[in-house]
Write a protein that binds this ligand. Structure first.
Ligand SMILES: [Zn+2]
Length: 535
Protein backbone atom coordinates (compact mmCIF):
# COMPACT_ATOMS: atom_id res chain seq x y z
CA UNK A 1 0.00 0.00 0.00
CA UNK A 2 1.22 3.46 -0.81
CA UNK A 3 2.52 5.64 1.97
CA UNK A 4 2.25 8.81 -0.02
CA UNK A 5 -0.80 9.93 1.92
CA UNK A 6 1.21 10.16 5.08
CA UNK A 7 3.93 12.42 3.78
CA UNK A 8 1.28 14.98 2.89
CA UNK A 9 1.64 18.33 4.67
CA UNK A 10 2.81 17.55 8.16
CA UNK A 11 5.95 15.57 7.43
CA UNK A 12 7.13 17.90 4.71
CA UNK A 13 6.89 21.09 6.66
CA UNK A 14 10.02 23.17 6.46
CA UNK A 15 11.29 24.91 9.53
CA UNK A 16 13.64 26.98 7.46
CA UNK A 17 12.02 30.20 8.57
CA UNK A 18 13.38 29.62 12.03
CA UNK A 19 16.85 28.79 10.85
CA UNK A 20 17.04 31.82 8.62
CA UNK A 21 16.04 34.33 11.21
CA UNK A 22 17.49 32.86 14.34
CA UNK A 23 15.05 34.85 16.48
CA UNK A 24 12.95 31.99 17.74
CA UNK A 25 10.64 33.09 20.50
CA UNK A 26 8.41 30.09 20.90
CA UNK A 27 6.85 26.95 19.56
CA UNK A 28 3.21 26.23 20.21
CA UNK A 29 0.88 23.41 19.41
CA UNK A 30 -2.28 24.82 17.87
CA UNK A 31 -5.24 22.67 16.90
CA UNK A 32 -3.05 19.61 16.71
CA UNK A 33 -0.61 21.20 14.29
CA UNK A 34 2.85 22.21 15.28
CA UNK A 35 3.07 25.89 14.54
CA UNK A 36 6.32 27.70 15.07
CA UNK A 37 6.87 31.38 15.03
CA UNK A 38 9.79 33.71 15.15
CA UNK A 39 10.12 37.43 15.57
CA UNK A 40 12.83 39.50 14.05
CA UNK A 41 13.77 42.97 15.17
CA UNK A 42 14.50 43.78 11.54
CA UNK A 43 10.93 42.98 10.58
CA UNK A 44 9.43 45.30 13.16
CA UNK A 45 7.98 42.43 15.12
CA UNK A 46 6.30 40.66 12.23
CA UNK A 47 6.09 37.00 13.24
CA UNK A 48 7.28 34.75 10.45
CA UNK A 49 7.63 31.11 9.79
CA UNK A 50 4.32 29.45 10.65
CA UNK A 51 4.11 26.02 9.09
CA UNK A 52 1.25 25.66 6.62
CA UNK A 53 -1.50 23.43 7.98
CA UNK A 54 -4.69 22.38 6.18
CA UNK A 55 -7.39 25.03 6.43
CA UNK A 56 -10.55 24.18 8.33
CA UNK A 57 -13.05 22.56 5.97
CA UNK A 58 -15.98 24.71 4.86
CA UNK A 59 -19.07 23.01 6.30
CA UNK A 60 -21.25 23.78 3.25
CA UNK A 61 -18.65 22.42 0.82
CA UNK A 62 -18.09 19.38 3.03
CA UNK A 63 -21.85 18.82 2.94
CA UNK A 64 -21.83 18.98 -0.86
CA UNK A 65 -19.02 16.42 -0.99
CA UNK A 66 -21.18 14.09 1.07
CA UNK A 67 -23.88 14.42 -1.58
CA UNK A 68 -21.51 13.10 -4.27
CA UNK A 69 -22.83 9.65 -5.01
CA UNK A 70 -21.02 6.67 -6.50
CA UNK A 71 -24.46 5.42 -7.61
CA UNK A 72 -25.07 8.66 -9.55
CA UNK A 73 -21.59 8.43 -11.08
CA UNK A 74 -22.34 4.84 -12.11
CA UNK A 75 -25.66 5.83 -13.67
CA UNK A 76 -23.97 8.60 -15.68
CA UNK A 77 -21.17 6.40 -16.99
CA UNK A 78 -23.58 3.54 -17.78
CA UNK A 79 -25.80 5.94 -19.71
CA UNK A 80 -22.88 7.35 -21.71
CA UNK A 81 -21.82 3.81 -22.65
CA UNK A 82 -25.31 3.11 -24.06
CA UNK A 83 -24.60 5.55 -26.93
CA UNK A 84 -22.42 2.73 -28.31
CA UNK A 85 -19.85 4.85 -30.11
CA UNK A 86 -19.35 8.51 -29.20
CA UNK A 87 -16.84 9.24 -31.93
CA UNK A 88 -16.91 12.93 -32.75
CA UNK A 89 -17.07 11.92 -36.42
CA UNK A 90 -20.39 10.15 -35.79
CA UNK A 91 -22.13 13.55 -35.73
CA UNK A 92 -22.00 13.47 -39.56
CA UNK A 93 -23.47 9.96 -39.97
CA UNK A 94 -27.06 9.55 -41.11
CA UNK A 95 -27.48 5.81 -40.62
CA UNK A 96 -26.89 5.43 -36.87
CA UNK A 97 -29.40 3.54 -34.78
CA UNK A 98 -31.62 5.93 -32.79
CA UNK A 99 -30.11 6.74 -29.41
CA UNK A 100 -26.54 6.10 -30.49
CA UNK A 101 -23.66 8.32 -31.53
CA UNK A 102 -22.21 11.51 -30.15
CA UNK A 103 -25.14 13.81 -30.97
CA UNK A 104 -27.49 11.70 -28.88
CA UNK A 105 -24.92 11.82 -26.06
CA UNK A 106 -24.76 15.64 -26.31
CA UNK A 107 -28.57 15.81 -26.05
CA UNK A 108 -28.52 13.66 -22.94
CA UNK A 109 -25.75 15.66 -21.22
CA UNK A 110 -27.66 18.86 -21.93
CA UNK A 111 -30.83 17.31 -20.48
CA UNK A 112 -28.91 16.33 -17.32
CA UNK A 113 -27.67 19.90 -16.82
CA UNK A 114 -31.24 21.13 -17.35
CA UNK A 115 -32.52 18.64 -14.78
CA UNK A 116 -29.99 19.81 -12.16
CA UNK A 117 -30.92 23.38 -12.97
CA UNK A 118 -34.62 22.64 -12.47
CA UNK A 119 -33.74 21.25 -9.03
CA UNK A 120 -32.06 24.54 -8.01
CA UNK A 121 -34.69 26.92 -9.35
CA UNK A 122 -33.00 27.49 -12.68
CA UNK A 123 -29.62 28.34 -11.11
CA UNK A 124 -27.63 26.92 -14.03
CA UNK A 125 -27.31 28.68 -17.36
CA UNK A 126 -27.14 25.71 -19.76
CA UNK A 127 -25.36 26.27 -23.06
CA UNK A 128 -24.89 24.22 -26.18
CA UNK A 129 -22.14 25.44 -28.48
CA UNK A 130 -22.33 23.85 -31.94
CA UNK A 131 -19.72 24.64 -34.56
CA UNK A 132 -18.19 23.14 -37.69
CA UNK A 133 -14.60 22.00 -37.38
CA UNK A 134 -12.78 22.25 -40.72
CA UNK A 135 -10.89 19.25 -42.11
CA UNK A 136 -7.33 18.84 -40.84
CA UNK A 137 -4.60 18.90 -43.49
CA UNK A 138 -1.83 16.35 -43.85
CA UNK A 139 -1.44 12.59 -43.88
CA UNK A 140 -2.09 12.24 -40.13
CA UNK A 141 -5.43 14.05 -40.37
CA UNK A 142 -8.09 12.71 -38.03
CA UNK A 143 -10.86 14.94 -39.44
CA UNK A 144 -11.27 14.52 -43.21
CA UNK A 145 -14.36 16.63 -43.85
CA UNK A 146 -16.17 19.53 -42.16
CA UNK A 147 -17.54 18.02 -38.96
CA UNK A 148 -20.09 19.26 -36.45
CA UNK A 149 -18.78 19.50 -32.90
CA UNK A 150 -20.86 20.31 -29.84
CA UNK A 151 -19.61 21.47 -26.45
CA UNK A 152 -22.17 21.39 -23.68
CA UNK A 153 -21.75 23.42 -20.51
CA UNK A 154 -23.56 24.93 -17.58
CA UNK A 155 -22.67 28.08 -15.65
CA UNK A 156 -23.43 28.53 -11.96
CA UNK A 157 -23.34 32.29 -11.79
CA UNK A 158 -21.53 33.93 -8.88
CA UNK A 159 -23.73 35.82 -6.43
CA UNK A 160 -21.33 38.72 -5.72
CA UNK A 161 -21.76 41.28 -8.52
CA UNK A 162 -18.17 42.43 -7.94
CA UNK A 163 -16.83 38.89 -8.46
CA UNK A 164 -19.40 37.12 -10.64
CA UNK A 165 -17.26 37.46 -13.76
CA UNK A 166 -14.52 35.39 -12.20
CA UNK A 167 -14.77 31.71 -13.18
CA UNK A 168 -13.33 28.32 -12.40
CA UNK A 169 -14.11 25.50 -14.81
CA UNK A 170 -14.25 21.71 -14.70
CA UNK A 171 -14.25 19.66 -17.88
CA UNK A 172 -14.17 16.14 -19.29
CA UNK A 173 -14.52 14.94 -22.89
CA UNK A 174 -17.61 12.98 -23.82
CA UNK A 175 -16.33 11.73 -27.18
CA UNK A 176 -14.83 8.24 -27.34
CA UNK A 177 -12.97 6.10 -29.85
CA UNK A 178 -11.95 2.52 -30.50
CA UNK A 179 -8.82 1.23 -32.30
CA UNK A 180 -9.76 3.05 -35.52
CA UNK A 181 -10.06 6.83 -35.41
CA UNK A 182 -12.56 6.75 -38.28
CA UNK A 183 -14.81 4.01 -36.92
CA UNK A 184 -18.21 5.47 -36.04
CA UNK A 185 -20.39 2.34 -35.80
CA UNK A 186 -18.70 -0.37 -33.71
CA UNK A 187 -18.53 -0.24 -29.94
CA UNK A 188 -16.36 2.47 -28.43
CA UNK A 189 -17.67 2.46 -24.85
CA UNK A 190 -15.18 5.02 -23.48
CA UNK A 191 -16.27 4.20 -19.93
CA UNK A 192 -13.01 5.41 -18.42
CA UNK A 193 -11.80 7.60 -21.32
CA UNK A 194 -13.64 9.76 -20.73
CA UNK A 195 -17.16 9.07 -19.46
CA UNK A 196 -15.49 9.11 -16.04
CA UNK A 197 -14.37 12.72 -16.53
CA UNK A 198 -17.83 13.74 -17.76
CA UNK A 199 -19.32 12.10 -14.67
CA UNK A 200 -17.02 14.30 -12.55
CA UNK A 201 -18.29 17.44 -14.34
CA UNK A 202 -21.93 16.38 -14.02
CA UNK A 203 -21.69 15.27 -10.40
CA UNK A 204 -19.83 18.48 -9.46
CA UNK A 205 -22.63 20.45 -11.14
CA UNK A 206 -25.33 18.46 -9.36
CA UNK A 207 -23.94 18.93 -5.84
CA UNK A 208 -22.46 22.43 -6.13
CA UNK A 209 -25.56 23.89 -7.80
CA UNK A 210 -27.30 23.46 -4.43
CA UNK A 211 -24.90 26.07 -2.98
CA UNK A 212 -24.12 29.69 -3.78
CA UNK A 213 -20.65 31.09 -4.41
CA UNK A 214 -19.47 34.66 -4.87
CA UNK A 215 -17.77 33.87 -8.20
CA UNK A 216 -18.86 31.58 -11.02
CA UNK A 217 -18.28 27.90 -11.78
CA UNK A 218 -18.53 26.39 -15.28
CA UNK A 219 -19.24 22.67 -15.73
CA UNK A 220 -18.24 21.36 -19.14
CA UNK A 221 -18.36 18.34 -21.45
CA UNK A 222 -16.36 18.83 -24.67
CA UNK A 223 -16.16 16.84 -27.92
CA UNK A 224 -13.29 16.30 -30.32
CA UNK A 225 -10.59 15.42 -27.78
CA UNK A 226 -9.64 12.26 -29.65
CA UNK A 227 -9.28 14.09 -32.97
CA UNK A 228 -6.84 16.67 -31.59
CA UNK A 229 -8.36 18.58 -28.62
CA UNK A 230 -10.70 20.39 -31.01
CA UNK A 231 -13.62 21.01 -28.66
CA UNK A 232 -11.47 22.34 -25.84
CA UNK A 233 -9.47 24.54 -28.22
CA UNK A 234 -12.71 26.07 -29.47
CA UNK A 235 -13.86 26.68 -25.88
CA UNK A 236 -10.50 28.13 -24.77
CA UNK A 237 -10.61 30.56 -27.71
CA UNK A 238 -14.28 31.37 -27.07
CA UNK A 239 -13.44 32.16 -23.44
CA UNK A 240 -10.75 34.54 -24.64
CA UNK A 241 -12.89 36.22 -27.28
CA UNK A 242 -15.80 36.64 -24.86
CA UNK A 243 -13.51 38.04 -22.16
CA UNK A 244 -14.12 35.34 -19.57
CA UNK A 245 -12.14 35.85 -16.36
CA UNK A 246 -11.18 32.20 -16.26
CA UNK A 247 -8.92 31.63 -13.27
CA UNK A 248 -8.51 27.86 -13.28
CA UNK A 249 -9.43 24.80 -15.32
CA UNK A 250 -9.61 21.24 -13.98
CA UNK A 251 -9.50 18.72 -16.83
CA UNK A 252 -10.53 15.24 -15.75
CA UNK A 253 -9.53 12.64 -18.30
CA UNK A 254 -9.31 8.93 -17.42
CA UNK A 255 -10.30 9.10 -13.76
CA UNK A 256 -12.02 5.71 -13.61
CA UNK A 257 -9.53 4.00 -11.27
CA UNK A 258 -9.00 1.07 -13.65
CA UNK A 259 -9.78 -2.16 -11.87
CA UNK A 260 -8.23 -5.11 -13.67
CA UNK A 261 -8.13 -8.47 -11.91
CA UNK A 262 -4.54 -9.25 -10.97
CA UNK A 263 -3.30 -5.66 -11.27
CA UNK A 264 -1.71 -4.78 -7.95
CA UNK A 265 -0.17 -1.53 -9.16
CA UNK A 266 -3.28 0.67 -9.12
CA UNK A 267 -3.51 2.97 -6.10
CA UNK A 268 -7.12 3.81 -5.26
CA UNK A 269 -6.05 6.45 -2.75
CA UNK A 270 -4.13 8.50 -5.31
CA UNK A 271 -4.97 10.60 -8.34
CA UNK A 272 -2.42 12.40 -10.47
CA UNK A 273 -2.52 16.13 -11.15
CA UNK A 274 -0.37 17.16 -14.12
CA UNK A 275 0.67 20.78 -14.57
CA UNK A 276 2.98 22.59 -16.93
CA UNK A 277 6.00 24.21 -15.27
CA UNK A 278 6.66 26.86 -17.90
CA UNK A 279 3.63 28.59 -19.43
CA UNK A 280 2.96 27.31 -22.94
CA UNK A 281 2.63 30.88 -24.15
CA UNK A 282 5.87 32.25 -22.69
CA UNK A 283 7.92 34.31 -25.12
CA UNK A 284 11.70 33.96 -25.48
CA UNK A 285 12.15 37.06 -23.32
CA UNK A 286 9.84 35.65 -20.66
CA UNK A 287 11.65 32.31 -20.73
CA UNK A 288 14.90 34.17 -20.12
CA UNK A 289 13.44 35.70 -16.96
CA UNK A 290 12.12 32.35 -15.77
CA UNK A 291 15.58 30.85 -16.28
CA UNK A 292 17.25 33.69 -14.41
CA UNK A 293 14.89 33.36 -11.45
CA UNK A 294 14.76 29.56 -11.38
CA UNK A 295 11.02 29.99 -11.80
CA UNK A 296 10.48 26.97 -14.04
CA UNK A 297 8.14 25.43 -11.47
CA UNK A 298 5.88 28.37 -10.68
CA UNK A 299 3.57 28.83 -13.65
CA UNK A 300 -0.02 29.76 -12.74
CA UNK A 301 -1.00 26.17 -13.63
CA UNK A 302 1.54 24.76 -11.19
CA UNK A 303 0.29 27.12 -8.48
CA UNK A 304 -3.21 25.79 -9.21
CA UNK A 305 -1.89 22.23 -8.77
CA UNK A 306 -0.41 23.23 -5.40
CA UNK A 307 -3.80 24.69 -4.45
CA UNK A 308 -5.49 21.39 -5.41
CA UNK A 309 -3.17 19.56 -3.04
CA UNK A 310 -3.62 21.97 -0.16
CA UNK A 311 -7.41 22.14 -0.51
CA UNK A 312 -7.68 18.36 -0.71
CA UNK A 313 -5.90 18.06 2.63
CA UNK A 314 -8.77 19.95 4.25
CA UNK A 315 -11.42 17.51 3.04
CA UNK A 316 -9.75 14.09 2.96
CA UNK A 317 -8.34 12.62 6.12
CA UNK A 318 -6.80 9.22 6.66
CA UNK A 319 -8.88 6.74 8.60
CA UNK A 320 -8.54 3.31 10.11
CA UNK A 321 -10.15 -0.03 9.49
CA UNK A 322 -9.91 -3.51 10.90
CA UNK A 323 -7.27 -5.55 9.10
CA UNK A 324 -8.56 -8.37 6.93
CA UNK A 325 -8.38 -11.98 8.18
CA UNK A 326 -4.92 -13.44 7.61
CA UNK A 327 -6.38 -16.21 5.46
CA UNK A 328 -9.57 -17.95 4.32
CA UNK A 329 -11.60 -19.27 7.20
CA UNK A 330 -9.57 -17.42 9.81
CA UNK A 331 -11.06 -15.13 12.41
CA UNK A 332 -11.31 -11.43 11.69
CA UNK A 333 -8.09 -9.78 12.80
CA UNK A 334 -8.12 -7.32 15.64
CA UNK A 335 -5.29 -5.40 14.05
CA UNK A 336 -6.17 -1.91 12.88
CA UNK A 337 -4.81 -0.67 9.57
CA UNK A 338 -4.49 2.93 8.56
CA UNK A 339 -6.34 3.78 5.36
CA UNK A 340 -4.51 6.59 3.57
CA UNK A 341 -6.48 9.69 2.75
CA UNK A 342 -7.54 10.08 -0.86
CA UNK A 343 -4.99 12.52 -2.21
CA UNK A 344 -3.65 14.13 -5.34
CA UNK A 345 -0.08 13.37 -6.36
CA UNK A 346 1.33 16.37 -8.18
CA UNK A 347 3.15 15.39 -11.35
CA UNK A 348 5.39 18.22 -12.47
CA UNK A 349 4.98 17.80 -16.21
CA UNK A 350 2.36 18.97 -18.68
CA UNK A 351 1.09 15.49 -19.47
CA UNK A 352 2.18 11.87 -19.78
CA UNK A 353 4.87 10.86 -22.28
CA UNK A 354 3.54 11.07 -25.82
CA UNK A 355 0.01 11.95 -24.68
CA UNK A 356 -2.09 15.09 -24.64
CA UNK A 357 -5.28 16.42 -23.15
CA UNK A 358 -7.78 19.27 -23.10
CA UNK A 359 -5.95 21.24 -20.38
CA UNK A 360 -3.24 21.92 -22.96
CA UNK A 361 -5.78 23.67 -25.21
CA UNK A 362 -6.42 26.06 -22.33
CA UNK A 363 -2.71 26.46 -21.51
CA UNK A 364 -1.97 27.34 -25.13
CA UNK A 365 -4.54 30.14 -25.00
CA UNK A 366 -2.88 31.48 -21.84
CA UNK A 367 -5.27 29.99 -19.29
CA UNK A 368 -4.38 28.28 -16.05
CA UNK A 369 -5.22 24.56 -16.34
CA UNK A 370 -4.25 21.16 -14.94
CA UNK A 371 -4.98 17.55 -15.90
CA UNK A 372 -6.37 15.00 -13.43
CA UNK A 373 -5.84 11.31 -14.24
CA UNK A 374 -5.99 8.00 -12.35
CA UNK A 375 -2.82 6.70 -10.74
CA UNK A 376 -2.12 3.87 -13.19
CA UNK A 377 -3.65 3.48 -16.61
CA UNK A 378 -4.34 0.20 -18.38
CA UNK A 379 -3.64 0.64 -22.07
CA UNK A 380 -5.60 -2.48 -23.01
CA UNK A 381 -8.65 -0.51 -21.89
CA UNK A 382 -8.11 2.68 -23.90
CA UNK A 383 -8.66 3.33 -27.61
CA UNK A 384 -9.15 -0.39 -28.24
CA UNK A 385 -11.74 -2.40 -30.12
CA UNK A 386 -13.73 -4.49 -27.70
CA UNK A 387 -12.32 -8.00 -28.17
CA UNK A 388 -10.59 -10.91 -26.52
CA UNK A 389 -7.13 -11.93 -27.65
CA UNK A 390 -5.09 -14.71 -26.05
CA UNK A 391 -7.36 -14.60 -23.04
CA UNK A 392 -6.91 -10.84 -22.60
CA UNK A 393 -9.98 -8.58 -22.64
CA UNK A 394 -9.50 -5.34 -24.57
CA UNK A 395 -11.79 -2.33 -24.64
CA UNK A 396 -12.75 0.62 -22.44
CA UNK A 397 -15.50 -1.31 -20.67
CA UNK A 398 -17.74 -0.47 -17.72
CA UNK A 399 -16.48 -3.46 -15.78
CA UNK A 400 -13.07 -1.85 -15.25
CA UNK A 401 -14.38 1.42 -13.80
CA UNK A 402 -14.40 1.86 -10.02
CA UNK A 403 -17.37 4.15 -9.36
CA UNK A 404 -16.31 4.79 -5.77
CA UNK A 405 -12.96 6.03 -7.06
CA UNK A 406 -14.61 8.33 -9.61
CA UNK A 407 -16.80 9.67 -6.79
CA UNK A 408 -13.67 10.49 -4.77
CA UNK A 409 -12.21 12.32 -7.77
CA UNK A 410 -15.50 14.21 -8.10
CA UNK A 411 -15.32 15.17 -4.41
CA UNK A 412 -11.78 16.46 -4.87
CA UNK A 413 -12.87 18.53 -7.87
CA UNK A 414 -15.92 19.88 -6.05
CA UNK A 415 -13.78 20.82 -3.03
CA UNK A 416 -11.35 22.74 -5.24
CA UNK A 417 -14.08 24.41 -7.32
CA UNK A 418 -16.09 25.39 -4.25
CA UNK A 419 -13.04 26.73 -2.43
CA UNK A 420 -11.67 28.76 -5.34
CA UNK A 421 -15.14 30.11 -6.18
CA UNK A 422 -15.43 31.25 -2.55
CA UNK A 423 -11.91 32.67 -2.29
CA UNK A 424 -11.00 36.16 -3.47
CA UNK A 425 -9.17 36.41 -6.80
CA UNK A 426 -5.42 36.07 -6.91
CA UNK A 427 -3.36 39.17 -6.05
CA UNK A 428 -2.31 41.25 -9.05
CA UNK A 429 1.01 42.85 -10.04
CA UNK A 430 2.96 40.84 -7.48
CA UNK A 431 6.48 42.28 -7.45
CA UNK A 432 9.72 41.51 -5.65
CA UNK A 433 11.85 44.56 -4.87
CA UNK A 434 15.11 43.66 -6.55
CA UNK A 435 16.88 47.02 -6.80
CA UNK A 436 18.26 46.81 -3.27
CA UNK A 437 21.12 44.36 -2.93
CA UNK A 438 20.39 43.17 0.60
CA UNK A 439 19.29 40.12 2.52
CA UNK A 440 15.67 41.15 2.97
CA UNK A 441 12.58 40.28 1.03
CA UNK A 442 10.24 43.05 0.05
CA UNK A 443 7.13 42.18 -1.94
CA UNK A 444 4.32 44.43 -3.14
CA UNK A 445 1.05 43.58 -4.85
CA UNK A 446 -2.38 44.91 -5.69
CA UNK A 447 -5.69 43.60 -4.41
CA UNK A 448 -7.75 41.56 -6.88
CA UNK A 449 -10.79 43.23 -8.40
CA UNK A 450 -13.86 42.94 -6.21
CA UNK A 451 -11.90 41.89 -3.12
CA UNK A 452 -14.55 41.28 -0.44
CA UNK A 453 -14.42 42.98 2.94
CA UNK A 454 -12.58 41.02 5.59
CA UNK A 455 -10.25 39.46 3.05
CA UNK A 456 -6.50 39.50 3.69
CA UNK A 457 -3.27 38.41 2.03
CA UNK A 458 -0.78 35.70 2.88
CA UNK A 459 2.83 35.40 1.83
CA UNK A 460 3.88 31.76 1.45
CA UNK A 461 7.27 30.28 0.77
CA UNK A 462 9.18 27.05 0.39
CA UNK A 463 12.77 25.99 -0.01
CA UNK A 464 13.73 26.27 -3.67
CA UNK A 465 14.17 22.50 -3.71
CA UNK A 466 10.73 21.84 -2.17
CA UNK A 467 7.70 20.97 -4.31
CA UNK A 468 4.93 22.68 -2.32
CA UNK A 469 4.46 25.71 -0.07
CA UNK A 470 5.55 25.03 3.48
CA UNK A 471 5.47 28.33 5.39
CA UNK A 472 3.11 31.22 5.63
CA UNK A 473 2.76 34.67 7.15
CA UNK A 474 -0.28 36.90 7.02
CA UNK A 475 0.15 40.41 5.65
CA UNK A 476 -3.30 41.38 6.87
CA UNK A 477 -4.93 43.86 4.53
CA UNK A 478 -1.59 45.44 3.59
CA UNK A 479 -0.37 45.13 0.03
CA UNK A 480 3.31 44.96 0.83
CA UNK A 481 5.57 43.11 3.20
CA UNK A 482 9.20 43.18 4.24
CA UNK A 483 10.68 40.01 5.68
CA UNK A 484 14.16 39.61 7.16
CA UNK A 485 14.95 36.66 4.92
CA UNK A 486 16.97 36.51 1.76
CA UNK A 487 14.74 36.56 -1.31
CA UNK A 488 17.40 34.41 -2.99
CA UNK A 489 17.18 31.45 -0.62
CA UNK A 490 13.53 30.48 -0.85
CA UNK A 491 10.67 30.78 -3.36
CA UNK A 492 7.87 33.16 -2.36
CA UNK A 493 4.24 33.43 -3.37
CA UNK A 494 1.35 35.74 -2.43
CA UNK A 495 -2.26 34.68 -2.16
CA UNK A 496 -5.62 36.07 -1.05
CA UNK A 497 -7.76 34.71 1.78
CA UNK A 498 -11.36 35.55 2.54
CA UNK A 499 -12.65 36.20 6.04
CA UNK A 500 -13.33 32.53 6.74
CA UNK A 501 -10.20 31.03 5.21
CA UNK A 502 -10.86 30.24 1.54
CA UNK A 503 -7.52 30.75 -0.16
CA UNK A 504 -6.72 31.63 -3.76
CA UNK A 505 -3.81 30.01 -5.56
CA UNK A 506 -0.50 31.76 -4.96
CA UNK A 507 1.31 34.08 -7.36
CA UNK A 508 5.09 34.18 -7.81
CA UNK A 509 6.53 37.71 -7.50
CA UNK A 510 8.41 39.06 -10.47
CA UNK A 511 11.33 41.46 -10.10
CA UNK A 512 10.02 45.01 -9.72
CA UNK A 513 12.84 46.57 -11.67
CA UNK A 514 11.90 44.57 -14.76
CA UNK A 515 8.30 45.76 -14.55
CA UNK A 516 5.74 44.62 -17.03
CA UNK A 517 2.36 42.95 -17.02
CA UNK A 518 1.68 39.29 -16.38
CA UNK A 519 1.13 36.32 -18.60
CA UNK A 520 -0.62 37.19 -21.83
CA UNK A 521 -4.15 35.88 -21.83
CA UNK A 522 -4.48 35.02 -18.15
CA UNK A 523 -6.18 38.33 -17.53
CA UNK A 524 -5.11 38.12 -13.93
CA UNK A 525 -1.49 39.09 -14.37
CA UNK A 526 -0.04 36.00 -12.73
CA UNK A 527 3.28 34.52 -13.49
CA UNK A 528 5.54 35.84 -16.14
CA UNK A 529 6.90 39.34 -16.67
CA UNK A 530 7.01 41.01 -20.03
CA UNK A 531 10.61 42.12 -19.79
CA UNK A 532 13.87 40.59 -18.62
CA UNK A 533 15.84 41.95 -15.66
CA UNK A 534 19.05 43.84 -16.21
CA UNK A 535 22.22 41.79 -16.04
ZN1 LIG B 1 -9.24 11.01 -22.93
Amino acid sequence: MSMRGFSFMSANVSMRGLVLTGFLVGCAALQGQVVSSAVSSASGGVPIGAAIAPAKADAAIAGALQQVSAARVKATIEKLVTFNNRSTLSSMETDLKPGTGISAAADWIESEFRRYSAECGGCLEVKRDEFIEPPQPGPASRILKPTKLTNVYAILKGTDPAQAKRMVLVTGHYDSRNSDNFNTHDAAPGANDDASGVAVSLESARVLSKLKFPSSIVFVAVAGEEQGLNGSRHLAKLAKSEGWQLEGVLNNDIVGGDTTPGDTGEDKSAVRVFSEGVPGLATIEELRVLQTLGAESDSPSRELARAVKEISASYFVSGTKRAAPAGPGMALSNAVMVVPAFHPVLIFRRDRYGRGGDHTSFNLEGWTAVRITEWRENYNHQHQNVRQENGVQYGDLLQYVDFDYVAQVARMNAAVLGTLASAPGIPRSVKMEARMQDNNTQITWEAPAGMPSGATFEVVWRDTEAPTWTNVVSAGTKTSIKLPMSKDNVTFGVRSVDAVGHRSAAVLPMPARGGGPGVPGTGAGAGVPATAPKQ
